[in-house]
Design a binder for this molecule. Structure first.
Ligand code: 3PG
Length: 319
């Protein structure tokens, strides 16, 4: 992979793949703020920048990328930067079409992947576009890799907190990451599976909350009493990785997630937090302690931790 530092971008048009898949956009949006330095660097080197992103609402609607402009104008010099239409408005993006990748390549001279959160997808702008242009990895993407690779050799005791949705992907990920950790605290859909007995507790490392907020047979959140045992585990940990909210945020069950954020903010351990929805619960604009790295990735973070690479990284490696 070639670092952007080694690119001669002066006078060139740079197609920069970003991931602004944030809806609704909040002030101090991490996925936007973290790539501002890369854009500023390119502009300082007299490059022209075209941003390529996708946005897809939870119900599958694909809005125009124009909805992002009012927010981007607050963080970026948008008179010098152009924003391409939402990539998912073009069927070729998700179909990973060669023709669409070639068309995108015709719009610029250089490609930069600064879209870590979507680099687990085999989509045209991620895996095919780099075949047609000199391609580089963005500064933020490099930072993600540097921090996340610490998980491959964690300090012990190491604790994984796994919440969020998408059970079909989370269970295999849990099984693969389990050997690296001493404790796994469970929330979200996985917690439902284990509490309802649909899945046996297959390891002593799995720690269910001692109290839950439930409605009928559905667990909606981790209850406050759970944090005395969980708090002890966290306090004794030297390394903590957390991905996915503990409760059903969309139904307003944010208390467990917020409580965990406040406990982690005081932890002495090295902490890595990720997951698109979890990010929305972090205190907006407030600086977190230095021992906490917040990944912009959700699914991409977990895929990277399991496979130690991503399709988007492989595509740059082949160059
Ligand atoms: C994300 O928000 O996790 C990424 O942008 C990937 O989005 P997707 O799950 O719709 O591909």
């Amino acid at each position: 992979m070639k670092s952007l530092e080694n690119a001669d971008v002066s006078g060139k048009t740079v197609l920069m793949r970003v991931d602004f898949n944030v809806f609704p956009v909040r002030p101090h949006e991490l996925r936007i703020e973290k790539i501002v330095p890369t854009i500023e660097y390119l502009l300082s080197k007299k490059a022209k920048v075209i941003l390529l992103t996708h946005i897809e609402e939870n119900d599958g609607r694909i809005p125009s990328s124009k909805i992002l402009l009012p927010y981007l104008k607050k963080s970026l010099p948008m008179n010098e930067v152009r924003l391409f239409e939402n990539l998912r408005k073009f069927p070729g993006e998700k179909k990973n079409s060669l023709k669409f990748a070639k068309y995108l390549a015709s719009l610029g001279d250089i490609y930069v992947n600064e879209a870590f959160p979507v680099s687990h997808r085999e989509h045209a702008s991620i895996v095919l576009l780099p075949k047609f242009l000199p391609s580089y990895i963005g500064f933020r993407f490099e930072e993600e890799i540097k921090n996340l690779s610490k998980v491959f050799n964690p300090r012990h005791p190491a604790t994984l907190v796994l919440g969020g949705g998408k059970v079909e992907t989370k269970l295999p990920i849990l099984r693969k990451l389990l050997p690296k950790f001493d404790h796994v605290l469970l929330g979200g859909v996985l917690l439902n599976l284990f509490i309802l007995g649909r899945e046996p507790l297959f390891s002593k490392k799995l720690v269910l909350p001692s109290q839950v907020v439930a409605s009928g047979k559905k667990v909606l959140d981790v209850g406050p009493e759970s944090f005395s045992e969980w708090g002890r585990i966290i306090k004794n940990s030297k390394f903590i990785v957390w991905n996915g909210p503990l409760g059903y945020l969309e139904k307003g069950h944010v208390r467990g997630t917020k409580k965990l954020i406040s406990i982690l903010s005081k932890a002495k351990a090295q902490v890595i937090i990720g997951g698109g929805d979890t990010l929305a619960c972090l205190p907006s604009g407030k600086k977190l302690p230095k021992n906490i790295f917040v990944s912009t990735g959700g699914g991409a973070m977990l895929e990277y931790l399991v496979h130690k690479t991503l399709p988007g990284i492989k595509a740059l490696d082949k160059k």
